[in-house]
Design a protein around this ligand. Structure first.
Ligand code: ADP
Length: 363
């Protein structure tokens, strides 16, 4: 039997039982209440009252029964209509939900239910719509990711094909070709490595080994690692930090990787003669690390999306200069995996400050 039929019968049964109970109680109690009233009349009328009493009693009982019998079909009709409406409402919602689940199972994530009706059913529909919307977003991001990865791999692959053809045609000296091929292969390797990191961060399965670290020591090591490329481009790299900073709780490898991503971006986006400042300061939540540059800066419309995978302010320039487009996504993901948060302050044309806060190491 369908859900609608079962609900309808259940409602009907309840309403009919209620009507039956009312009939039975009226039959049982009405004569008793009437008896007292009759007795009072009999006392006033004397002997004549006896035959009148019998006839009045008879009249009352038959009137009462007839009235109740007449009311019963009307009550049953009302009960049936009400049961029909209520059952239809509930069973319709369940049917729509089942159809919605089927649509979602077939990958049609844009399916939505109407959110009208009684509070609980509307809430159910609302939650269903929230679920389908989330699935739609996840699916969209999966499709975008596949498209972006294919696009990102196509560029170095096209270059590789070009070098291979030039090599076989003899238009490119062997050594030049080898260098160029090695550069493209390195870029692809970096991209694959970064993507693997991003996916592990997003899946929450990236292993981090946090330990108490001296922020100043980490900053000095990063400064040393970047001294040469900064000197080559004639960009000044300064360290700005208090002599003593409280230790932070972080994974040294991952922290170096975050700083390295921020420093290579700052170097890439700062023209010769500019300055990049690497520093750290204690604040309430932990230690705030920052990389400040006097470079291109980032316009507000780009700032909101800068941490998204493959989002680039200037795609051609970023690719040309060896960017993978996921450097900031990786950096932010690593900081969050270490229990911190990352942000940005920037004025287009003046420069940017990328910062992240890591928690203090527990004593
Ligand atoms: P990419 O590897 O392409 O640099 P990122 O995720 O590291 O990718 O950076 C995303 C975008 O942010 C890039 O287009 C880059 O130009 C811009 N960007 C990153 N750091 C800076 C900075 N310090 N100043 C200006 N633009 C920046």
């Amino acid at each position: 039997m369908s859900l609608f039929a079962r609900l309808f019968l259940a409602h009907l049964l309840v309403l009919l039982l209620a009507a039956g109970a009312m009939f039975w109680v009226a039959e049982l109690l009405a004569p008793r209440f009437y008896q007292g009233h009759l007795q009072h009349m009999m006392d006033m009328m004397g002997p004549m009252g006896l035959s009148l009493r019998a006839s009045l009693e008879e009249g009352l009982y038959s009137t009462l029964r007839n009235a109740l019998l007449a009311a019963l079909p009307v009550a049953a009709l009302f009960a049936a209509s009400l049961a029909f409406l209520l059952s239809r409402r509930v069973s319709n919602t369940v049917t729509l939900l089942a159809r919605g689940a089927q649509e979602i199972a077939h990958g049609r994530y844009n399916y939505r239910l109407s959110e009208e009706g009684p509070t609980e059913l509307a809430e159910l529909a609302k939650q269903f719509n929230y679920l389908s919307k989330t699935l739609e977003q996840v699916e969209q991001s999966r499709v975008n990711l596949i498209g972006s990865v294919a696009h990102e791999l196509r560029t170095p692959l096209t270059a590789l094909q070009g070098y291979a053809e030039a090599l076989s045609d003899g238009v490119l000296p062997k050594e030049d070709a080898a260098k160029k091929i090695a550069r493209e292969v390195r870029a692809m390797g970096r991209l694959v490595e970064d993507l693997s990191l991003v996916s592990r961060v997003e899946a929450g399965i990236l292993e981090v080994h946090p330990q108490p670290l001296d922020p100043l020591k980490i900053l000095q090591e990063s400064q040393e690692r970047f001294a040469l490329p900064f000197a080559e481009k004639v960009v000044q790299l300064e360290l700005a930090s208090a002599d003593h900073l409280p230790p932070v709780c972080a994974d040294p490898e991952r922290l170096h990787q975050v700083l390295s991503n921020l420093l290579s971006n700052a170097l890439r986006c700062t023209p010769a003669g500019g300055q990049v400042t690497l520093g750290a300061e204690p604040i309430k939540e932990g230690v705030r690390f920052f990389v400040r540059d006097t470079g291109l800066g980032i316009a507000p419309e780009h700032q909101a999306r800068i941490f998204e995978r493959f989002y680039r302010v200037d795609p051609a320039r970023s690719r040309r200069e060896g960017g993978t487009g996921v450097g900031l996504t990786v950096a932010k993901g690593l900081v969050e995996a270490m229990g911190g948060r990352m942000g940005l302050e920037s004025v287009a044309g003046k420069g940017s400050t990328f910062y992240f806060i890591l928690p203090f190491a527990k004593a």
